[in-house]
Design a binder for this molecule. Structure first.
Ligand SMILES: NC(=O)c1ccc[n+]([C@@H]2O[C@H](COP(=O)([O-])OP(=O)(O)OC[C@H]3O[C@@H](n4cnc5c(N)ncnc54)[C@H](OP(=O)(O)O)[C@@H]3O)[C@@H](O)[C@H]2O)c1
Length: 290
């Protein structure tokens, strides 16, 4: 595959930074664009960027991700998560490819069966609704773009559950964590590596039918936040008493789905990508954090 001009929007986020780490080991030419360099909600700035730069691939890691704050900042969430996505799609040339990242929060599925891409969407909060609006732009577009819905993302970069647990373990002797929300953690570094394989397949297969679709990506496993915390403390050798509590004892402004386990079969069979076990990936991340 010839070297590609790849842009990464939201480059200072968890996923954006994982692409930065990966980029050095590829032959492609990456341009990392933090929000200060390209605000995707600024339509004229996006249009100008694409008319003055050659872009083969967009990795859209830019998102308004403050789930609770979005309840009171609805316009800001939609500006980035919906209008920003449309701006990128409109600015892209017909040959340009976009991987757009989205969230498990668009679903409120019945527990027990891993959620397939065909599941109906019922966003439980403003953030999820704004992400779904962005996804719809991708699905309705004639540009070459796909939606990768992922869940419970963590990394050695940014703010996330793993880093919060490690910080709290050094400060507290006991901790209560919600045990009735079930999902699958996703190590952002795995998602970044898989994204590069997906780009390769999209470019080499030349199958138009692969575009304007939703694919799921998470690490494998179905656990509660409580079980996730327990494993973090076990692997990091932290001594802290942990108690499981129901969501009702930890109210948040935005409600969260109680079942967020994504079925990733479609992505694995379409793109020859293997999702890793969540414990294995957690170990890799903790090792990097050391
Ligand atoms: N984190 C999760 O648990 C999770 C779960 C499911 C899905 N996802 C999705 O996965 C993707 C990556 O998430 P992440 O965890 O890497 O998010 P993140 O760490 O919050 O990074 C998002 C980045 O987007 C940037 N951004 C915000 N508004 C922007 C704008 N108008 N223009 C350009 N950039 C802007 C932010 O920059 P500033 O800091 O400068 O604002 C930030 O660096 C997102 O689409 C997210 O919705 C995340």
């Amino acid at each position: 595959m010839a070297a590609l001009q790849i842009i990464v929007t939201g480059a200072n986020g968890q996923l954006g930074k994982e692409f930065k780490d990966l980029s050095e080991a590829t032959d492609h030419h990456f341009t990392f664009l933090p929000s200060s360099d390209l605000d995707i909600s600024n339509r004229s700035a996006v249009m100008t960027f694409f008319t003055t730069n050659k872009v083969d691939v967009v990795l859209n890691c830019a998102a308004y991700t403050k789930v609770d704050l979005a309840e009171t900042e609805k316009n800001k969430a939609y500006d980035v998560n919906a209008n920003g996505v449309k701006n990128l799609l409109d600015a892209m040339s017909d040959d340009c490819i976009m991987l757009h990242y989205s969230t498990d929060y668009v679903y409120q599925a019945k527990s027990g069966t891993a959620i397939r891409e065909t599941e109906s969407t019922h966003p439980a909060n403003v953030y999820a609704a704004s992400k779904l609006a962005g996804d719809k732009h991708v699905l309705e577009s004639r540009k070459k773009a796909i939606v990768l819905r992922t869940s419970w993302v963590y990394s050695s970069y940014g703010n996330n559950f793993v880093k919060t647990m490690l910080r709290l373990a050094d400060k507290l002797s006991e901790l209560k964590v919600v045990n009735d929300q079930i999902g699958s953690p996703t190590y952002a570094a795995d998602l970044a590596i898989s994204s590069l394989s997906i780009i390769k397949k999209l470019l080499t297969s030349r199958q138009e039918s692969l575009f304007n679709k939703v694919y799921h990506y998470s690490n494998s496993g179905a656990i509660s936040w409580y079980e996730f915390a327990k494993e973090i403390f076990a692997q990091a050798d932290k001594n802290i008493r942990l108690y499981g509590i129901p969501t009702t004892e930890y109210p948040t402004p935005a409600s969260r789905p109680s079942w967020s386990v994504l079925n990733c079969d479609l992505l694995q069979s379409t793109f020859d990508v293997r999702v890793k076990d969540w414990k294995e990936s957690l170990m890799t991340c903790l090792h990097k954090l050391k």
